[in-house]
Design a protein around this ligand. Structure first.
Ligand code: CA
Length: 92
C-alpha cells in the first residue's frame, strides 16, 4: 500500500475502533462519537469536552437523523477536519 492508502485505511480503522463499542458495530452513537473526538481529535477540534459542542457535531453529522453516525456520515467530519488541518499548516 502507498502512504496515502495506508492513511485512508487508518481512518476506517479508527472509526471501527469506536463504532464496535456500543449499539450497532458499524455506526457511532453519541457516546462513541464523543470518545472518538475527545481521544483522537483534541488538537484540531476545540471545546470537545463541552457536551453542547458534541451534541451540535452529532446533529450535523447524522444526516438521516436515525440517532447513529454511519461511516458515510462520519466522512463529513473527516473532510472538515482535513480542511482545518490544511489551513493550520499554512498559518504556521
Ligand atoms: Ca445516521
Amino acid at each position: 500500500m502507498t502512504k496515502l492508502e495506508d492513511h485512508l485505511e487508518g481512518i476506517i480503522n479508527v472509526f471501527h475502533q469506536y463504532s464496535v463499542r456500543l449499539g450497532h458495530f458499524d455506526t457511532l452513537i453519541k457516546r462513541e462519537l464523543k470518545q472518538l473526538i475527545t481521544k483522537e481529535l483534541p488538537t484540531i477540534l476545540q471545546n470537545t469536552k463541552d457536551q453542547a459542542t458534541i451534541d451540535k457535531i452529532f446533529q450535523e453529522l447524522d444526516a438521516n437523523q436515525d440517532g447513529q453516525v454511519s461511516f458515510n456520515e462520519f466522512v463529513a467530519l473527516v473532510t472538515k477536519v482535513l480542511m482545518t488541518a490544511h489551513d493550520n499548516i499554512h498559518k504556521e
